[in-house]
Structures are given as C-alpha cells and as structure tokens.
Design a protein around this ligand. Structure first.
Ligand code: B16
Ligand code: MG
Length: 218
C-alpha cells in the first residue's frame, strides 16, 4: 500500500481558532489606535506571532521599543489563551474527524504543520493528539511560513519525500510554504484568496473519500 504524508495546518483547518487570533489581535491593535479589516487579517493567517505584530504596527504607522513589543505579544497571547480555555471536541471543524479517520484506516501518515506555539494543548483539548505520527509547531522552527521548514520537518519525521506529502492549509503563507517545499497543496477556504493552491475546497465537507483515495494513489 502507498503511504503518503498528510500534513494538516491547525488554526483554520482542524479547528476554528483563526477567529480567536483575529479577535485577540484586533482588540490589541485597537488599544494602540490601529484598526484592520478582515481582508488584512488574511495576511496574518499562518504568520508567526512576531511577524503578525510587525505587520499590524506597520499598518498603523507605529513603532514600539523591544520591551513594549514583547509585552504586547504576551498580552495578545494571554487573551488568545483565555478564548481557547474552554475549547472542546465540539470545535473540530466539520468533517475533520471523518478525514482523519479515513486516513488512519488507510494507514497514512498524519502530521501537524502549524505556526502556533499553542498547537499541542489545542490538540489535547480536541482529544486528537494520539492520531498524529508527528507534530511540528511554532516551537520547533525558527523561520515562519511562507518558509517551508515547518512542513519539511514533518516530512523528515515520517521519512517521507516532499513529493509524497500533501498539505492542507487555510492561509496564503501556508500554501506558499507548501509549494516551496515541493509538496501538493490543498487550500481549505475561499478559492479567490487561496488561488495559488493546487486544489481547493471550501471546507472538508466538500472533500470526498474518493479524492483522498486519489491523493493516496497519486
Ligand atoms: P501563536 P496555523 C498560526 O497557526 C495562525 O494562523 C496565526 O494566526 C498565528 O499568529 C500563528 O499560528 C502563531 O500562533 O501565537 O499561537 O504561536 O494556522 O499555522 O496553525
Ligand atoms: Mg491556519
């Protein structure tokens, strides 16, 4: 049987935490007298905490000294952790469990490739940690997406070649990272935003088992 490496992004793919990142950043930005739109928020998806704050400050034409910068990042993370504290299995995005089960039954590698430093506790809350053959997150890489490191490490940990890896991503930066890694990219979300992806689905409910089978046998 062919064994491919399926790499899942976390926020916005497995769980709808993208909205919590947005709310936490937006309230912090507002405190600094900066506002940004839902469209601008697309540029923050998949992007590390440091780069996200750098972008927001740039949009507002603001600068912070290193101590203030660190404080603001801590403040955002504290707010985010507050939002996700009550998270439970109900917050898994639709049909994620079906896709994970299908790939597990087919003995495929299931891995995580997330920019978030909060990824592991979230997987625990969702009770799906045990399904993953490898977990690579924001604590394991120094370069953030669109740098491909996070996905290349997931491939390495399962001894998979890049061409045998399939990345599910909701962010432009993540799709670019998958392409740079030489992996198959599957956009999850709006096709107009994720147009660089090889395949696109609004969410997993539109992705058939037949499509997964095709990816396995590719
Ligand atoms: P944290 P993903 C990314 O996760 C989020 O999309 C992005 O909005 C966030 O800034 C980044 O993680 C860092 O998260 O502050 O929790 O370390 O989409 O790559 O799973
Ligand atoms: Mg994401």
């Amino acid at each position: 049987m062919k064994r491919k490496c399926f790499i899942f992004d976390l926020d916005g793919v497995i769980v709808d935490t993208a909205k919590y990142h947005y709310q936490a950043w937006r309230s912090l930005a507002n405190e600094l007298g900066i506002d940004f739109s839902v469209e601008q928020n697309e540029q923050l998806k998949g992007v590390s905490r440091i780069h996200s704050l750098e972008k927001i400050l740039k949009w507002g034409g603001r600068t912070l000294n290193p101590v203030e910068f660190q404080n603001k990042m801590n403040q955002k993370n504290a707010k985010y952790i507050e939002y996700i504290s009550d998270m439970n299995t109900m917050e898994l995005l639709p049909d994620v469990d079906r896709v994970l089960k299908y790939l597990t039954n087919k003995e495929q590698y299931i891995t995580l490739g997330s920019a978030s430093k909060n990824a592991r506790p979230i997987l625990d809350k969702l009770k799906i940690t045990g399904l993953f053959d490898a977990i690579v997150d924001g604590n394991d890489v120094s370069e953030a997406k669109p740098n491909p490191d996070v996905f290349l490490k997931a491939a390495q940990q399962t001894k998979s070649k890049a061409k045998n890896c399939i990345v599910f991503e909701d962010s432009v930066a993540g799709i670019q990272a998958a392409k740079k890694a030489g992996m198959i990219s599957v956009g999850i979300g709006d096709q107009r935003i994720l147009h660089e992806a090889q395949y696109n689905f609004q969410n997993f409910t539109f992705m058939s088992n037949n499509f997964l089978e095709q990816l396995i046998n590719k």
